[in-house]
Design a protein around this ligand. Structure first.
Ligand code: ADP
Ligand code: ZN
Length: 602
């Protein structure tokens, strides 16, 4: 007989209660309904099909394009005592045959399959001889041409419901903008299904954005500020920079690996494997890295260069903290980033309509960087949600940034750009404003201009911040040849004429050490719990190595942290810890209790 969903949640997964709308979604699918589930990364989508898979008779078929992930997902399920298998091009013939046999014999609770494989005649034939519990279509946004992950095969998945109209289908994604959502409903023919939308907030991620002064030193300070020994990702724009930063970190004792599309496939795979299987590695990467990484204990994501858009930023930073523990998204950006992105945009050969959209996207990204408001509010508003109160867990909430009336400063800067001929970069224009005596100033006789030396009330760093914001706001435009020359933007006139007031952000003083309250919240109040936690992680790593599986499929950090705090002494108490199901209790319980007992006596 079908087991109750809550019973499965507790016995098999070891969790106490459902999160958000999980209970409704799971009940809906168990009863045979179709649904689309939109939930942020880490929201708990997997249980939405895994529990119905165990409650409905037959095997659940999970379609996923992320082949590299399947084996880890299957391993995580097996650790929990669930019968799971995967079929894709990376699986050997013999093993594939065995899995197919299990499937036909009804010996699998779940099977993960790549869309190409699912659509083959032979697999379709196999499905015809199988009792199917449900179809789960993961990463459902792949059906949409709007996204960057379009997979033509996803469009053909409608065959599932033509052939098996009685089998419930569940589409899942973390990408939720309107056009993508409509595409999913249309192309998967899910219009009659229910739609479940969870909020997109990731409250455990702390957002911080710092103006660039000395990015390498800033990154090191960030890593030293409570991130020692943690897994994280550092994103850079270019391959050369990835290599350089990875090497620099390694030399300074931070275990770091490079990852970019220029590396051999074998090297990339090896680095990715190590990142997933080892504790405390830092991956320095271009955006080529991350798609399909569902390592739950990534503790930080750092951006040394600006991402392409707020969508990209949200997706990249979303790789932090899937396990719900405190995590950080940290970014530096400066005038040169803003100039570079503007140049790329204007120089692109895209049609006007698309350029207009890209301009809006860039403006939104820069607006996020320059805001003096709660960053989470700005971010969520962009995705169409409202957070009624400031979050208290971003840099502007923790250390409010001041703003000032920048109208006069803007007028001085703009008119100095105008008078120097609209061909020079910020560096030289600032020299003129500050009354500098440089070769260029002398050569072009810029000491004779009316704007020469009129900017003494601000330091060079402050002027750079002002110029950065003027470019961000579109008051200054950038030449597209790549020299970084500035000219007046279309919005500049009203400011010069004194018709528009400008509010600017006062950047924190350069080089000031991060304020204590800017630090990441600690996991443990008692240092002895931290010691025990590390001992539990070491034990977990031994088990993981012996089985050649990622540590997190054995227990998540959050589960080990709960053990360290609660210090259970008996199996029965251990079973009460979130994330300890029956299979893991049987398999690992005594060993972890032994580690706790060693640390128990103070
Ligand atoms: P998603 O696929 O939406 O990114 P996952 O399904 O991987 O997220 O779940 C994220 C994390 O939350 C996992 O570590 C999972 O075990 C945990 N989780 C999910 N649902 C619950 C729950 N009801 N109680 C406790 N932990 C949960
Ligand atoms: Zn905030």
């Amino acid at each position: 007989m079908a087991r109750q969903a809550l019973e499965v949640l507790r016995d098999v997964f070891g969790f106490e209660s459902f999160r958000g709308e999980q209970a409704e979604i799971i009940a809906h699918v168990i009863e045979g309904g179709d649904a689309l589930v939109l939930m942020p990364t880490g929201g708990g989508k997997s249980l939405c099909y895994q529990i119905p898979a165990l409650c409905r008779p037959g095997t659940a078929v999970v379609v996923s394009p992320l082949i590299a992930l399947m084996q880890d997902q299957v391993e995580a399920l097996r650790q929990a005592g669930i019968r799971a298998g995967a079929l894709n091009s990376s699986i050997g013939y013999g093993e594939a045959l065995a899995i197919e046999r299990d499937l036909e014999a009804g010996d699998l609770d779940l099977i993960y399959v790549a869309p190409e494989r699912l659509l083959t005649d032979s697999f379709q034939g196999l499905l015809g001889r199988t009792r199917i519990a449900l179809f789960a279509i993961d990463e459902a946004h792949c059906v949409s041409q709007w996204g960057h992950d379009f997979r033509p095969e996803y469009r053909r998945l409608t065959v599932l419901h033509e052939r098996f109209p009685q089998v419930p289908r569940l589409a899942l994604t973390a990408t939720a903008d309107g056009p993508t959502r409509r595409d999913i409903l249309r192309h998967l023919e899910l219009a009659d299904g229910a739609v479940f939308v969870a909020g997109f907030d990731r409250p455990n991620i702390r957002y911080r954005v710092q103006p660039k002064a000395n990015p390498r030193a800033q990154l090191e300070a960030f890593l030293a500020d409570g991130h020692g020994g943690e897994s994280g990702i550092v994103y850079c724009m270019t391959r050369a920079k990835v290599e350089e930063i990875a090497q620099r970190l390694s030399e300074r004792g931070v275990p770091a690996l490079p990852y970019h599309a220029g590396l051999d496939k074998a090297v990339r795979t090896r680095h990715q494997e190590r990142f997933i299987k080892e504790d405390g590695l830092v991956m320095v990467a271009t955006i080529a890295f991350g798609m399909g990484i569902d390592k739950p204990d990534v503790r930080f994501v750092a951006h040394l260069d600006l991402p392409k858009s707020l969508e990209a930023y949200y997706q990249e930073t979303g790789r932090a903290g899937r396990d719900g523990l405190p995590s950080e998204a940290w970014m530096t950006y400066g005038l040169e980033d803003v100039v570079k992105l503007r140049q790329l945009l204007e120089a692109s050969a895209a049609p006007d309509g698309q350029k207009r959209i890209e301009r809006q996207k860039l403006a939104a990204l820069l607006g996020y960087c320059e805001t003096v408001r709660c960053r989470r509010q700005v971010l969520l508003e962009y995705f169409g949600e409202t957070l009624p109160e400031p979050c208290g867990n971003c840099d502007t909430c923790l250390e409010p940034a001041a703003s000032f009336d920048g109208t006069e400063a803007a007028r001085k800067a703009l008119s100095c750009v105008y008078r120097t001929g609209q061909i020079f970069g910020a560096q030289h224009v600032i020299d003129v404003l500050l009354g500098g005596d440089t070769e260029k100033v002398r050569k072009f006789r810029h000491d004779a201009l009316s704007t020469y030396g009129i900017g003494g009330e601000f330091s060079r760093a402050e002027w750079r911040s002002i110029f950065r914001q003027l470019v961000s706001l579109g008051l200054l435009a950038v030449d597209i040849e790549g020299h970084g020359g500035l000219r007046l933007g279309p919005e500049a006139r009203p400011v010069l004429r004194g018709e528009r007031r400008i509010e600017l952000r006062r950047d924190p003083v350069r080089g000031r050490p991060a304020a204590a309250k800017g630090r990441r919240p600690v996991l443990f109040e008692d240092a002895r719990d931290e010691t025990l936690f590390q001992a539990l992680r070491a034990r977990r790593l031994q088990f993981a190595k012996a089985q050649e599986v990622p540590p997190y499929v054995i227990f998540h950090d959050s589960t080990l942290a709960a053990m360290a705090r609660a210090r259970p002494r008996r199996l029965q108490e251990l079973a009460g810890i979130s994330g300890v199901g029956q299979a893991k209790l049987d398999r690992y319980g005594e060993d972890f209790l032994a580690v706790i007992a060693e640390h128990g006596a103070e």
